[in-house]
Design a binder for this molecule. Structure first.
Ligand code: NAP
Length: 243
């Protein structure tokens, strides 16, 4: 028996108020899990109420703040799985002369220090069969101009995942590495050119389309549920690394 059932499991999804995290919340609620979605904006969490589902809870947390992450796990009680799809990339996609350290720092905080803190405080709340899943991205493999900070932070996160898989064993630690997926994050990256940018990429990709949040939710569901997968970076990117 390698597949881990999700019915009645408790899952925390940081980033669950939007995009891939929200799609994952829907998926896991449909399967009978109890889901706590977490993020910084109370309004965004409230908007993602998922029809007031009885097994859905929300929690306001900024994972770049250590005391807030500690409080999250003090108050959460035991948890079966922890997922983070959080990213704050506002202002980070810039050519080198325009890079502002504050924007770069927000990427590091949301995608590296945040996950580090989630593991630091969350691991003690997990059972031996539990799992942690973080979110990297194709930028680490197919970087584009303006993407240096995100590329570097994704690569650092992947190193962290491998190290934590060893240190926290038998708790499993993995990362999903999405390609281009149509979520609200693209309004920050491309502004009004969002749809045109995504359509141009769809033409290039072997899969013939960009990703849907549900594609990534499905892959995270696999990482949560497969008891023999740890220290793995799962690429779900429509063939982007090949073109
Ligand atoms: N979409 C793509 O094409 C793509 C491609 C490659 C990789 N990725 C990666 O995939 C992940 C999910 O992306 P997405 O497109 O679903 O993004 P999204 O729709 O923008 O959602 C990001 C979520 O993270 C939360 N968040 C941001 N900073 C946070 C912090 N410091 N503490 C707690 N929560 C925080 C946001 O809520 P608040 O703002 O309210 O905190 C929001 O719920 C990210 O790691 C992203 O880098 C995305």
């Amino acid at each position: 028996m390698t597949a881990i059932g999700i019915e009645d499991a408790k899952v925390i999804i940081v980033g669950g108020s939007s995009g891939m995290g929200l799609a994952l919340a829907r998926r896991l609620l449909d399967e009978g899990a109890s889901v706590m979605i977490a993020g910084r904006s109370r309004d965004r969490l409230a908007a993602a109420h998922l029809g007031g589902h009885p097994k859905l809870a929300t929690y306001v947390v900024d994972i770049s703040r250590e005391e807030e992450v500690a409080a999250l796990f003090r108050e959460s009680g035991p948890v079966d799985h922890i997922v983070s799809t959080a990213a704050d990339i506002k202002g980070a996609y810039q050519l080198l002369p325009s890079i502002e350290l504050a924007a770069a720092q927000r990427v590091v905080e949301s995608k590296f220090y945040g996950p580090l803190l989630l593991a630091k405080y969350g691991a003690a709340r997990l059972p031996p069969s539990g799992s942690i899943t973080f979110t990297s991205g194709v930028a680490a493999y197919r970087p584009a101009a303006r993407g240096s900070v995100v590329a570097a932070v994704n690569a650092a996160l992947e190193g962290l995942v491998r190290a934590l898989a060893v240190e926290l064993a038998p708790i499993r630690v993995n990362a999903i590495s999405p390609g281009w997926v149509d979520t609200p994050i693209w309004s920050l990256v491309a502004g009004d050119a969002k749809q045109a940018t995504l359509e141009a990429m769809a033409q290039r990709l072997p899969a013939g389309r960009v990703g849907h949040p549900e594609d990534i939710a499905d892959a995270i569901r696999f990482l949560i549920g497969n008891g023999f997968t740890t220290g793995t970076i799962l690429h779900v990117e429509g063939g982007h690394r090949l073109v």
